[in-house]
Each structure stands twice: as C-alpha cells, then as structure tokens.
Design a protein around this ligand. Structure first.
Ligand code: ADP
Ligand code: MG
Ligand code: MG
Length: 252
C-alpha cells in the first residue's frame, strides 16, 4: 500500500522529517505517536500532498506509484483520504450537494458510472447511519456552525462515502474530547477491512484504547525511533515520552 523510504522533509528551510521509513500493508492500522513538535502532522500532510513542504530526499510509493509526483487531488482520487481534507465552511452549499459531488467525482476517477439521485440518496443514507449522523445535517451548509462533534461526524461521513484505500487521520491534541474519540473510533472500526489501511496520528494513547492498531510508531525529532505493537501505546500511556527521549538523546 505505502512504502516510505528515508523521507526527509523541510519546512521553511528547516528539516523537520529526518529520514522516515515506514511500510504499510493492505488492511493494516498504523498509529503514529510522539511528543508535540516531533513531525507527526508534517508526515501526515506530506503523504496527503499538502503544499508548503519541501521533500529533500527519499521516496514514497503508493500502490507501486511515485506518490510524491502526484498532485493532491490525484492522491485523493487514487484512494488516499486525509481527514479534514474539506474542513472549510461553504455557505450556500448544502452538505448533501457537496457530498454528492465528491462521491461522483470519486467514482468517475475510478472508472465507475455516476450515481443517479435515487442511488445517491440510498448510498448517503447508508453511510449516515454507519457514522450515526442526523439526516438533518444534509440540508445545512457544509460545516457551517457545526459543533466539534458534528464536524467529526461530517469528516467520518466523508471518509465512509469515499471508501478510501488509505485513510490518514491526524487527531490533533485539541480535537479529541470523549465524544469525538467515540465518533472517530467507531467509524474507523466499522470501516476497517482486509484491504483498507489506516495511519492514525495521535499525541495521546487514549484513542488507541478504542482503535486497536497493528503497529505503533513513535516519532521523535523527525525520525521513527521506536516501533512495536499496541503494547507500546500502553507503555507510553504509563511512562510518557521522556524515557524514549532519553534513550534517543543519549545516543545522539
Ligand atoms: P506534531 O504534529 O508532531 O506536533 P508538526 O509536524 O506539527 O509536529 O511540527 C513539527 C515541527 O515543524 C515543529 O517544530 C513545527 O514548529 C514545525 N512546523 C510545522 N509546520 C510548519 C510550518 N508551516 N512553518 C514552520 N514550521 C513548521
Ligand atoms: Mg502538534
Ligand atoms: Mg500535529
């Protein structure tokens, strides 16, 4: 699915990612953890194709293709979903019209026929139920005046509708109250399949009480300094990050 080799990335001439290596196979859930400022969001953004990042060296293959050569829209259409791809509020555009357009654009990119109004309604209803959203949101303007929890649900609904091959969730430290945790973890657990992979970025171990990752990686100073299974996340909850920092800094 995704093969990252020796990825070095700079932001405003400062090297932030310092040689990332990561292999994500179909169906795997990888958690990326690490202290604040270690480069987690930078990594997620580079994979999703956000601008402002300068790749200094290394390679990223997605389904065998050079991901770094693909534009952000191409990546999305090739099946990469980044949570908060569409965080914008669009007054005057109903959530339902927005969702219809992204579903059909996505189908077109995959060589599938556009859905007609009836099929679309059925499809959207199915996914709305899956994420536990209230249908009345479909009539509202996209994200406008949505509460934190509603935005999360809207984001998870987008993920469900787009049926990505690789979903990247960057759960920032502030965005995760207990409600949001539940919304995100339920959606991820329902959408886990044998061929869909997830990269879940989180500062806190809490989320991983609900989503059981296959692998946990700790990012520190732009490198993956430790990898393990879910027990590593438990260890981090117990002991924090200081022991890892000490280990790494002692060698440096
Ligand atoms: P994390 O998500 O692990 O908290 P980030 O990837 O957000 O870490 O940030 C890693 C480092 O890169 C930090 O030192 C941060 O200040 C810096 N950084 C990230 N984005 C930018 C940016 N757009 N401009 C300048 N510095 C940035
Ligand atoms: Mg941060
Ligand atoms: Mg971050």
């Amino acid at each position: 699915m995704l093969t990252v080799k020796d990825l070095k990335v700079a932001v405003e001439d400062k090297t932030i990612l310092n040689g990332i290596n990561l292999e994500v196979k179909p169906g795997e859930v990888h958690a990326i953890m690490g202290p604040n400022g270690s480069g987690k969001s930078t990594f997620a953004n580079v994979i999703a194709g956000r601008e402002d990042y300068e790749v200094e060296s290394g390679s990223v293959l997605y389904k065998g293709e050079d991901l770094l050569e693909m534009e952000v829209d191409e990546r999305a259409l090739a099946g990469i979903f980044m949570a908060f791809q569409y965080p914008v509020e669009i007054p005057g555009v109903s959530t339902s019209n927005f969702l219809k357009s992204i579903v059909n654009a996505n189908r077109e990119a995959r060589g599938l026929e556009a859905m007609n109004a009836m099929q679309m309604l059925k499809y959207i209803r199915e996914k709305i139920e899956l994420v536990g959203m209230d249908e009345k949101f479909l009539r509202r303007s996209l994200n406008e005046g949505f509460s934190g929890g509603e935005k999360k649900r809207s984001e998870m609904l987008q993920m469900a509708l787009l049926e990505p091959s690789l979903a990247i969730l960057d759960e920032t430290d502030s965005g995760l109250d207990i409600d949001a945790l539940r919304i995100v973890s339920e959606a991820v657990n329902k959408l886990r399949t044998q061929d869909r992979s997830f990269i879940i970025v989180t500062h806190y171990q809490r989320l991983l009480n609900y989503i059981e990752p296959d692998f946990v990686h700790v990012l520190y100073k732009g490198r993956i300094v430790k990898s393990g299974d879910k027990s590593l996340a438990l260890e981090l909850e117990d002991k924090g990050y200081d022991w890892i920092k000490e280990e790494v800094d002692a060698v440096a």
